[in-house]
Design a protein around this ligand. Structure first.
Ligand SMILES: [Zn+2]
Length: 282
């Protein structure tokens, strides 16, 4: 039944391309003014993903920061040249729900223009930093459509201390007066509650077999395609340690970094994957 080919649901493999010092967990101790002085590791780590995907014959979607594209043009061009989808993670990695509409539009518009200039392809997808589209900023969807985007993959339909929109739909749906598609992070529903099954810290923390069972269960719900997300810094145990950050932030950022690469290689084998625009016919 679980043969490698026949009838497998294809899931969306996605990477949020940002460096280790740009994450929300360290925003309180590393300012944006300091970014240019930090040792950059995003290019080498993203190249490792490109190699893993090439070895597995998988195409993925890379939600890339405009800031990174401005400094790593060769990397962006390689993502495109190898057949992956280039998409946007905003310019400055600012929380979407921490901005007003005008500032948000400026950031996502700038990111799209930079990515399209550097990559030479149309950029249609957007992922909000830290899944920061929720009930506080429903205007974000129409703002994205106004700035030329066709889809967003920004909502996490769970309850979490930092993000989440627990009552949001769990499957792809139209938003922003029908002008945009939202592809939410994958969740498993148990006992009337949604549990995350999409990647990131949870994927590193819990046993791999649990994640695999969750994604299989989701795929079994009417043949629905799931979404997996990861980051270049998640396969980089050698990154500098930020000792000034709060203990919970450090735990979430550093847990099991050394095991993640092998786990993702397994994941690439155990499921069928493709770029988000193709999986969801966008
Ligand atoms: Zn991010």
């Amino acid at each position: 039944m679980a043969g490698p080919q026949a009838g497998r649901v294809v899931n969306a493999m996605t990477v949020d391309v940002e460096d280790w010092f740009q994450v929300q967990a360290f925003a309180g101790v590393i300012s944006r003014e300091q970014w240019d002085g930090m040792p950059r590791r995003v290019e080498a780590n993203t190249e490792m993903f490109l190699q893993m995907f090439a070895d597995a014959g998988v195409k993925a979607t890379f939600f890339t920061l405009g800031w990174v594209a401005d400094r790593h043009a060769a990397l962006v061009r390689r993502i495109v040249a190898e057949g992956h989808e280039l998409a946007s993670h905003g310019y400055w990695h600012r929380l979407a729900d921490g901005q007003d509409v005008a500032t948000f539009r400026e950031d996502v518009g700038r990111a799209r223009r930079v990515l399209e200039d550097v990559g030479g392809v149309a950029v249609r997808g957007y992922r909000a930093p830290t899944f920061s589209i929720n009930t506080r900023n429903p205007w974000a969807f129409e703002a994205l459509a106004d700035e030329g985007y066709m889809y967003s993959s920004s909502v996490f339909p769970i309850r979490h201390d930092l993000y989440g929109m627990p009552d949001a739909p769990r499957f792809a749906h139209k938003v922003g007066a029908g002008r945009l598609m939202e592809i939410p992070m994958t969740t498993v529903r148990l006992g009337g509650r949604n549990f995350p099954c999409a990647g990131g810290g949870y994927f590193r923390l819990f046993p791999y077999a649990l994640f695999r069972a969750g994604l299989r269960r989701f795929n079994g719900e009417g043949g629905s395609s799931g979404v997996f997300y990861t980051h270049p810094w998640e396969i980089d145990p050698g990154q500098p340690r930020v000792s000034e950050a709060p203990v919970m932030s450090r735990f979430r950022h550093y847990v099991n970094l050394g095991r993640t690469r092998a786990r993702i290689v397994r994941l690439l084998r155990d499921f069928a994957w493709d770029r988000m625009d193709r999986v969801f016919s966008l």
